[in-house]
Design a protein around this ligand. Structure first.
Ligand code: HPA
Ligand code: ZN
Length: 326
């Protein structure tokens, strides 16, 4: 069996996936039409052509514009179910899914509309396909901490449906320290903290995520490689990093997939996992992300098995549930 055959078939977990980033142009058009919302593209091809990004902010501008068509519970159900269909095709048996409530509540969509649509899809995916999932409620870091506190309050009636809180959107200029208090309050409510750090921002932001937000996992984290002391700490604490290869090249944080640091990170003993981030925008779902690094970095079967094991080991499944896959 080749490494490529192995990764296509093996049961996998995905730990870094923005549900709004799985919004395919075809579904975007369908929902825009039924909701009678104008979108600034003539057709699906024109949407795809707009997906050329110079950096994270270029992408975010288009990602938030795409999300504008999502209005009703059924829209959030359809969006989430479309992702689970990819999970079925790729044998992704567990997914930890981020959603950005503020992207929707800022437009007047109720928190309940968002979560009820996503939740119904999760239940159907579990019942019909045996796919387990957990939810990460991500605060938008370009907005204020006060705004995040409001989102925390809105989430409390749904506390039992959400496992983690996260931090995403424009990283530079919005350090983790800006959200220390709301993360403390979120942990008091029982949420597990994770955060994007070191994607475009400096290693310093990863230190802050660890020391101030007390995160249990780092999303991306690539820029730890500029700071040997930080690498040492991440290794010794077995702190997982959810790396997203095709996102890194699409947003030009890595110039060429052949120069992706994933293998270097593995060799250093970092607990890395492979993920898709925003697959509708970055050119591939989870398997494609694995295949891109397998080919470009010539990863061995052993290395890929390690990455797949990490995806379960550093998930927030219970020890008993992890045991089924490890
Ligand atoms: N980085 C930061 N924020 C995001 C991303 C990302 O890749 N995707 C969606 N929100
Ligand atoms: Zn992300």
């Amino acid at each position: 069996m080749t490494v490529a055959e192995y990764i296509k078939k093996v049961p996998k977990a995905e730990l870094h996936l923005h549900i709004e980033g799985s919004f395919e142009p075809e579904l975007m058009f369908e929902i825009a039409q039924r909701n009678k919302v104008e979108i600034p593209y003539k057709n699906v091809e024109a949407v795809k052509q707009a997906y050329q990004f110079g950096n994270l902010q270029d992408f975010l501008d288009i990602y938030y514009a795409g999300a504008n068509v999502l209005l009703h519970e059924q829209d959030f159900y359809d969006l989430t179910m479309a992702y689970f269909k990819h999970c079925v095709e790729e044998n992704i048996v567990h997914a930890e899914i981020m959603f950005d409530p503020q992207t929707h509540t800022k437009r007047g969509v109720e928190f309940s509309t968002v979560i009820n649509g996503i939740q119904r899809a999760r239940e159907d995916a579990e019942k019909n396909h045996g796919i387990s999932s957990l939810l990460i409620m991500s605060y938008l870091r370009h907005l204020s901490e006060e705004d995040a506190f409001e989102t925390l309050q809105q989430s409390l009636p749904y506390r039992h449906l959400i496992t983690m809180v996260g931090l995403d959107s424009s990283e530079k200029g919005n350090p983790p320290s800006k959200f220390q208090k709301v993360f403390e309050a979120s942990v008091e409510e029982g949420y597990i903290p994770v955060a994007h750090a070191g994607e475009e921002g400096p290693a310093e932001y990863i230190w802050e995520a660890l020391d101030l937000l007390k995160v249990a996992r780092i999303d991306h984290g690539n820029n730890c490689l500029t700071d040997p002391k930080l690498v040492e700490r991440l290794v010794s604490e077995k702190m997982a990093l959810t790396v997203c290869p095709l996102s890194n090249t699409a947003l030009r944080n890595v110039d060429d997939i052949k120069n992706h640091p994933l293998k270097q990170m593995l060799d250093l003993g970092l607990k890395v996992t492979v993920n898709s981030d925003d697959p509708a925008y970055f050119g591939g779902y989870l398997t494609q992300n694995y295949l891109s690094v397998i080919e470009a970095l010539d990863l061995s079967l052993e290395e890929v098995k390690q990455l797949v094991r990490n995806s379960f080991e550093y998930s927030f499944l219970s020890e008993e549930e992890k045991f089924k896959y490890l």
